[in-house]
Design a protein around this ligand. Structure first.
Ligand code: PLP
Length: 383
């Protein structure tokens, strides 16, 4: 056995994956598991995007591309960012990556040195923590133990956590695991802290296109004072149902792109050529399908909230992404394990996200399966 690096030994396997594995084991034994633990749309990729990839393959787009991405895609991304009000970014500010995860990984590796302080605005997605640890950063997590989770960011707790030593903060709205879409006031609160303590912020906007009702996901980088200190991240996985295609990007001040570009070219070289071409079609031609998927998620959210209410469970109503946080009556880890074992329903415990007492449910599943899940949880006396 090799002497494993300190780096890799600092991190644990993803909490999301641990429960999925348990669910997969049960399924292998012939059990029918309703898997609400994974964060991916249950839809097929829109046809025109698939066709664009096929056309691109037929046209021979099979070689390496320029490392930071093909110009057509960078152009389309810049147009999209400008439409969102992020006019500070041009082509020179973009790196196209094999998935949003790789974008995040590159950002942390580029900006964070051993001991640099990174703050997460809890509840926060589990992979941020792992990536910060891999980069050698020191995490300052917001103490949410006294925080009454209500889909607003824990701003008071955040203010008590950040300081002039903070190098970087991660904000994710609409967010995983909570589905919250932060208000302008909340984002201004974040901005005020970033300006006061002079730190940079990653705005993870991977769920930006998935919001419900009147909710609008505001891009943090559009706020006064944030233009030059925001690294904006997005990808195609969630909005376009393209998880397996692996396509994402980030936009950052040019100095960051210059440094990150080295890491990018020496590691992945570039994102997949024909997938980048399909990405152009996604951004330029696909609107209707996004709306259809979003509407379907919204209907499911409403249905789930109603079903939980029928069982006496008051669930905070998230306005974006496709997750909700279910309050559970005991230790969330134990509850999630019981839910898989007794009800064959897979969820993710909230503790690793910074929200003990809750589990995360993904409602990117059919209505029938969601109904089945609630029924089983009720039958197993878990609601
Ligand atoms: N950011 C958040 C908050 C996520 O939930 C995910 C995926 O689960 C990602 C980024 C990365 O997604 P991908 O690498 O598929 O683009």
């Amino acid at each position: 056995e090799p002497d494993f690096s300190d780096r890799v030994q600092r991190v644990e396997p993803s909490a999301t994956i641990a429960i999925s594995n348990l669910a997969a084991e049960l399924e292998a034994q012939g059990e029918d598991v309703v898997d609400l633990s994974v964060g991916e749309p249950d839809f097929d990729t829109p046809e025109s995007i698939k066709q664009a990839a096929k056309d691109s393959l037929d046209a021979g787009d099979v070689g390496y591309t320029s490392s930071n991405g093909i110009p057509e895609l960078k152009d389309a991304i810049v147009d999209k960012l400008h439409a969102d009000g992020l006019t500070q970014y041009g082509e020179e500010n973009i790196i196209v990556t094999p998935g949003g995860k790789q974008a995040l990984y590159e950002i942390f590796q580029t900006v964070i040195d051993d001991g640099d302080e990174v703050c997460l605005l809890d509840p926060a997605w589990v992979s941020y923590e792992a990536m910060v640890k891999l980069a050698g950063g020191s995490l300052s997590r917001v103490d949410t133990s006294q925080y009454d989770f209500d889909l607003e960011p824990a701003l008071d707790e955040l203010a008590a956590t950040v300081s002039d030593d903070t190098e970087l903060l991660v904000v994710n709205s609409p967010g995983n695991p909570h589905g919250a879409v932060y208000s302008r006031e909340a984002l201004e609160g974040v901005r005020d802290l970033a300006v006061e303590h002079d730190f940079a912020v990653i705005s993870d906007e991977i769920y930006k296109e998935i919001t419900y009702g009147d909710a609008e996901a505001i891009s943090l980088g559009t706020l006064d004072g944030m233009e030059g200190r925001t690294i904006t991240l997005n990808g195609f996985s969630k909005a376009y149902a393209m998880t397996g295609w692996r396509l994402g990007y980030f936009a950052a001040p040019e100095s960051i792109v210059e440094q990150a570009g080295k890491l990018h070219s020496h590691s992945v070289t570039c994102a997949v050529n024909f997938v980048q071409h399909a990405g152009v079609t996604a951004l330029e031609e696909v609107d209707e399908e996004i709306v259809e998927m979003r509407d379907a998620f919204e209907e499911r959210r409403d249905m789930l909230i109603d079903l939980f209410a029928e069982h006496g469970k008051d669930v905070p109503v998230p306005e974006g992404a496709f997750y909700l946080m279910l309050p559970v009556r005991e230790d969330d880890q134990a509850w999630a394990e019981e839910a898989v074992e007794k009800a064959q329903v897979a969820t993710v415990p909230g503790s690793p996200f910074g929200t003990p007492g809750y589990v995360r449910l993904s409602y990117a599943a059919s209505k029938e399966r969601l109904e089945e899940a609630v029924e089983r949880l009720a039958d197993a006396d878990l609601l």
